[in-house]
Design a protein. Sequence first.
Length: 56
Amino acid sequence: MAGASKNSRTTVATQKFQCSCGGEIVMKTMYENGKIKNVAECSKCKRVERRPKDFK
């Protein structure tokens, strides 16, 4: 009896991050100098950080 793999049993949860100004934080992918770079940007104040946790 074959069961489902461990990775297929995980649920997908989407987290919503909020900036201190009240705006929503969205992740963006940028291409700079031949490298792909992920950054988090607030939609209201346009503040840019490396990851959503850095806004706190």
